[in-house]
Design a protein around this ligand. Structure first.
Ligand code: ATP
Ligand code: MG
Length: 369
């Protein structure tokens, strides 16, 4: 390690082929202490098809070392499939994924040493204690006894489970199990941690606690985290950058603030009684309205200084014989960003995915009969 250079740079300087910089972001001056920084994760053209159905559709992204990156999307968007490919559990149909330069299809062994995974489904041995689960994981990774003990102690402290370490996992609450899984993902000191729906099914308070652990982990260690979620507020709170995924594609990406800024200003929602009629066409011509979407009898508009425009909007509705039952004013959320890019709310998408799954099941059952 060359002292004075940022983390990883000293090692990178002597890598063969450095100046071709595959998977690296190059800076002009080698000695400006910012010569080459390798992306922790690099994905290009990643595609996965299941029997002709495209679950992941030609996605590209990079994640910097130490970054907390989120894949946000409704049920069936393709988040888990993406994680499974990047964690070497599934082969892509096309495209590439690299973890610190190692190809997830070709260099599976190297990749597995670099990553930790917390799966969407609980994957603990409930007949073992919390500590035993962690010890066993460390043994599977060939960690020496002393190193293992030290690390197990450290990760138990991180997720505040030290006092429960010797209790059987079957006595843990849902939130404690999730914390233990996060701890397990960290035992073998991975450089990259995949968290697939880390708070799925947990109550709001427990979810908040898990968020705190994830934040702390990201702040206090140099592990790169990629998490998936379909909770918009989770991604908003935790992630430095996110990619919004829908039907296997990325529909938008950037920091939560930047994504919300695209909508600009405030969101005014008009709850209508009856149809919007010609009101939408009328409002579409107004240059002060940045975005406009109608959904389930609610007209959502983004505009600057929303509170000043409300009277004008209500008057316009009256002039077009549209009755307004209620008006809401708020700052844009990622839910609005999703609606803006997909024309649907995340809940609608989930409902249509459930319908697709039911139709698939009906098809299968029909074939069996
Ligand atoms: N092994 C498989 N065979 C066939 N289809 C699959 C398979 N695995 C996933 N799919 C389909 O691929 C799509 C993406 O699934 P995936 O599990 O990646 O979604 P997700 O974004 O993780 O959703 P969730 O939020 O529900 O976890 C879904 O339509 C799913 O039904
Ligand atoms: Mg999933």
């Amino acid at each position: 390690m060359i002292l004075g250079l940022p983390r990883g740079i000293g090692n990178a300087v002597f890598l063969p082929g450095l100046f071709d910089c595959p998977g690296m972001l190059c800076y002009k001056n080698l000695f400006s202490a910012r010569c080459c920084v390798m992306h922790a994760i690099e994905v290009d053209g990643l595609t996965k098809k299941f029997n002709g159905f495209t679950a992941v559709d030609n996605i590209d992204f990079t994640v910097d070392a130490g970054e907390l990156f989120g894949l946000l999307g409704p049920n069936g968007a393709g988040k888990t499939t993406t994680i499974n490919i990047l964690s070497t559990l599934l082969d892509a149909t096309a495209g590439h994924g690299r973890i610190f330069g190692f190809d997830v299809a070709r260099d599976k062994h190297e990749v597995r040493k670099k990553i930790g995974v917390v799966f969407q489904e609980v994957a603990l041995d409930v007949k073992l204690t919390g500590k035993e689960n962690l010890e066993f994981h460390g043994m599977m990774y060939g960690m020496a006894r002393e190193e293992r003990r030290e690390k197990v102690k450290e990760v138990l402290e991180l997720v505040e489970l030290t006092d429960k370490a010797d209790a059987l996992v079957e006595t843990y609450s849902g939130g404690m199990k999730r914390r233990l899984e996060i701890a397990r993902g960290l035992v073998h000191k991975p450089n990259v941690l995949f968290l697939d729906e880390p708070t799925l099914g947990l109550d709001a308070q427990t979810r908040r606690h898990i968020w705190d652990y994830i934040k702390k982990l990201n702040k206090e260690s140099d592990v790169t985290i990629i998490l998936t979620s379909h909770y918009m507020e989770e991604a908003d709170y935790l992630c430095e950058r996110i990619a919004i995924m829908d039907n296997g594609k990325f529909v938008a990406s950037g920091s939560p603030e930047k994504l919300k800024d695209v909508l600009g200003g405030d969101v005014v929602s008009l709850e209508l009684e009856g149809s919007a009629g010609n009101l939408i066409a009328y409002l579409n011509d107004k240059e002060w309205i940045k975005t406009l979407a109608e959904h389930d009898g609610v007209l959502s508009l983004t505009l600057e200084r929303g509170e000043r425009r409300i009277p004008e909007l209500v008057t316009a509705a009256q002039a077009h014989d549209v009755k307004v039952a209620c008006v809401h004013l708020r700052k844009p959320s990622l839910e609005d960003v999703f609606l803006h890019y997909t024309g649907k709310t995340i809940r609608d998408r989930e409902a249509s995915q459930s319908e697709r799954n039911r139709a698939m099941m009906r098809g299968r059952m029909g074939k069996r009969r």
